[in-house]
Design a binder for this molecule. Structure first.
Ligand SMILES: Cc1ncc(COP(=O)(O)O)c(C=O)c1O
Length: 411
């Protein structure tokens, strides 16, 4: 009990962008056309020719993939072997066959040379997920997809605000998806936005993207849910939220949570408010990431995510611990002090129950090593002192070989 006491008093909410009561009140008073306004913002900033929004980013991907398949007449999609399971689910839901390709062991992003090994004229699209905010090697991926005439789709769910060689992530492929989920860096009350740069894809989507709006009851329910979760989204109250929403907070997605519907006005208004704060929150996360790098790099039996500290959006600070027992202790000890440390995804993509029996399973060693060794740390709702404390807990855990003993309170 004594060990877990700190986390009862203080814990980092699993929320990347906090919203204020004013945000929630203001979204009751929308001008007509607020969804369009949000969509235009994305179209402008990510050089789109077409944009659409819906209830979740996984559905945005679903529509993009359907369009990619219809345009190319092909039925397979290359995805990273380690990423959010909803990426693979969207492929399967769209009636296509996923092909999992191994990720780099230290950037956690899909490897262009492995994509090259798997790509052929059956592939409709390659999905490049910028893991935890870190940009993929877009130039190399672009070269491979171009050679085989398939689409390159960026998954920017974790990386909004990040860049690749100075260009915004989400503007570098044929299309991109953004998520407005609670743990993401642009926050609505959930939601997905797709920006399409490729005119052929855009033309197809204009024909197939047809969705209803949700009913009024659903709007009321979700609006109140957002209020509750926000009122509890402080380090002092978060422990309550994680009890009330136990089934959803910090849980891995298990389904497509459909059917999909159009993004509503109040969700769009929240997202617009949050979008305008993107660069401020990004600067804070990068600053904390640099502090953690300084304190942790080469200081223990782990390797920090290999990425550019100037370009990553740093949704979380991720590092790979070679020893699974040490990884477990690090996470437990951080959590006992209230830090939302997580191992993230529990399986390689082909290990989930929905993976089609007919789809190829080729063991991806790096993805498996990451499943067994990853630690991710929050970079939001922190102070520099809290970063020092996280680092000290980690270093102390590595040194002591057991649980944290005396940890100075920087908080
Ligand atoms: C990389 C990635 N892609 C897609 C998604 C799906 O986003 P959403 O929850 O909005 O469907 C997520 C979020 O869970 C994600 O992390």
């Amino acid at each position: 009990m004594r060990k877990f006491l700190p986390s009862l008093i203080w814990s980092t909410p699993a929320i990347a962008t906090p919203l204020t009561p004013l945000d929630l009140l203001s979204c009751l008073f929308n001008k007509k056309g607020v969804v369009k306004q949000l969509e235009e913002l994305f179209k402008r900033d990510y050089k789109g020719v077409y944009v659409f929004s819906c209830s979740l980013a996984r559905w945005s991907l679903f529509f993009l993939l359907q369009a990619a398949s219809l345009v190319t007449g092909r039925k397979k999609v290359i995805i990273p072997a380690y990423t959010c399971p909803t990426v693979g689910m969207a492929v399967v839901e769209a009636g296509l066959e996923p092909v999992a390709v191994d990720v780099d062991k230290y950037s956690f992003n899909i490897q262009p040379n492995k994509v090259k090994e798997e790509i052929n004229k059956d592939i409709a699209a390659v999905v490049a997920v910028h893991s935890f905010g870190a940009p993929c090697d877009m130039e190399a991926l672009r070269a491979v997809t171009k050679e085989y005439g398939c689409f390159l789709i960026e998954d920017v769910a974790q990386a909004a605000g990040g860049t690749y060689k100075g260009q915004p992530l989400g503007s570098l492929g044929d299309a991109a998806i953004f998520s407005l989920g609670r743990g993401k860096v642009i926050r609505g009350h959930r939601g997905g936005i797709a920006v399409v740069q490729n005119p052929q894809l855009a033309e197809m989507l204009e024909k197939i993207f047809l969705l209803p709006s949700p009913n009024f009851l659903y709007l009321i329910k979700t609006y109140f849910e957002e209020w509750i979760i926000n009122l509890l989204s402080t380090p002092e109250l978060w422990v309550l939220a994680s009890k009330i929403f136990a089934s959803r907070v910090g849980q891995e997605a298990k389904s497509m949570e459909g059917p999909p519907y159009r993004l509503t006005g109040w969700q769009a208004k929240l997202a617009i408010r949050s979008y305008y704060r993107l660069s401020g929150s990004l600067q804070r996360r990068r600053k904390f990431a640099k502090v953690l790098r300084r304190l942790l790099d080469r200081k223990g039996n782990w390797v920090l995510q290999n990425t550019s500290y100037e370009e990553s959006a740093f949704m979380r600070f991720a590092f790979l611990v070679e020893d699974p027992a040490l990884r477990k202790r690090i996470i437990e000890n951080l959590r006992s002090y209230g830090f939302d440390a997580t191992p993230f995804y529990s399986r390689p993509m082909y290990g989930y129950p929905w993976w089609p029996k007919t789809a190829k399973v080729k063991k991806c060693e790096n993805a498996e090593a990451i499943v067994n060794g990853l630690v991710t740390l929050p970079l939001y709702m922190l102070t520099e002192r809290k970063c020092y404390k996280m680092a000290e807990i980690i270093l102390d855990t590595a040194k002591s070989g057991s649980s944290v003993s005396e940890v100075k309170d920087y908080g």
